[in-house]
Design a protein around this ligand. Structure first.
Ligand SMILES: [Zn+2]
Ligand SMILES: [Zn+2]
Length: 241
C-alpha cells in the first residue's frame, strides 16, 4: 500500500501542511485523516478529478486531522452524488462526536454515512483490513493510531500520539512489517501531547528504524534533528501536471 502524503507538518507548521495521506484505487479515494489543508490540496492537485467515492478514517478530532470533513461531505453530496463513507471503530462516543462534528459542519445523512472498520475487510486491493488502535495524545480526547494488514506485511500509522506503547505492541505482535509511519517532536516539554524523538529511539533497533517514516514535523529544526538521527521523513508528492 503506497500512501501519498498531502502534508507532513504539525498543526502549527502550515509550511509543511497537515499530516494527512491518501491512496486511490480505480475511482475510489481513501483518506487517512483530512485536516484543514486537505480539501484545498485535493481540489488544486486534481486528485478528485476521476473519483466517484470517498472513504475516510479519522484518528482524532483536532482540526489538523478532520477540518476538511465538512467540505468533503458536501462535495460528496452535491458533486459526486455518493455519500462520504466515514469509517469508525466500535466506540459509540467517538462515532457520536464525529456525527456531531458533521452536523455542525452542515452535513446531513445525505452527505455521509458511517461504516465500521470491519466492513472494509477485503474491500480494497491495498489492504486486507484496517483497525483503529486506541492511543494517548491529547489528555481530553479520544485518539487512535491505525494498523493496516496488507499482502506485503503490516503497516502502523501512529497519527498523533505521545506514547510508544502502540508501536511496541505492534512490533511485538507482527512478524512481517511493511512500514511504520510515526509522529515525533524535537522538544521535550512536560505534559506534551507529542512523542519526543529520543523516547522513540529507546524502543527501536536498526531493523525497525529502517521501516520508520516520520511525520507531523514541528518545524525546520525538528526536520533537521530527525534527519541527523538517521530517520527518513515522509515525502510530499505533487501530482499536478
Ligand atoms: Zn496533529
Ligand atoms: Zn492532535
Amino acid at each position: 500500500m503506497e500512501l501519498i502524503f498531502t502534508g507532513r507538518g504539525a498543526a502549527f507548521n502550515p509550511k509543511e501542511g497537515n499530516t494527512n495521506a491518501y491512496f486511490i484505487e480505480s475511482d475510489r479515494l481513501f483518506l487517512v485523516d483530512c485536516g484543514e489543508t486537505m480539501f484545498g490540496y485535493l481540489m488544486l492537485e486534481g486528485v478528485l478529478n476521476k473519483i466517484k467515492e470517498i472513504y475516510a478514517i479519522i484518528s482524532h478530532t483536532h482540526s489538523d486531522h478532520c477540518g476538511s470533513l465538512g467540505s468533503i461531505g458536501l462535495y460528496c453530496q452535491f458533486v459526486l452524488k455518493s455519500k462520504l463513507k466515514i469509517v469508525v471503530p466500535h466506540n459509540h462516543e467517538y462515532e457520536r462526536d464525529i456525527c456531531t462534528l458533521m452536523r455542525i459542519f452542515g452535513n446531513t445523512e445525505d452527505a455521509y454515512e458511517i461504516m465500521y472498520e470491519e466492513e472494509l475487510d477485503n474491500k480494497f486491493e491495498a489492504f486486507d483490513s484496517v483497525r483503529y488502535d486506541l492511543t494517548k495524545h491529547d489528555f481530553n480526547m479520544t485518539c487512535y493510531s491505525f494498523i493496516f494488514e496488507t499482502k506485503n506485511g503490516a503497516i502502523f500509522y501512529s497519527a498523533d500520539t505521545r506514547v510508544v506503547d502502540n508501536l511496541v505492541n505492534f512490533t511485538e505482535t507482527h512478524k512481517t512489517i511493511d512500514r511504520i509511519y510515526m509522529e515525533v517532536t524535537n522538544v521535550k516539554i512536560p505534559g506534551d501531547v507529542h512523542l519526543y524523538v529520543d523516547d522513540l529511539l529507546t524502543v527501536i533497533d536498526d531493523t525497525i528504524k529502517d521501516k520508520i517514516y516520520l511525520m507531523h514535523i514541528r518545524n525546520n529544526e525538528c526536520m533537521e534533528k530527525v534527519i541527523d538521527e538517521g530517520f527518513k521523513v515522509v515525502n510530499l508528492v505533487s501530482i499536478k501536471k
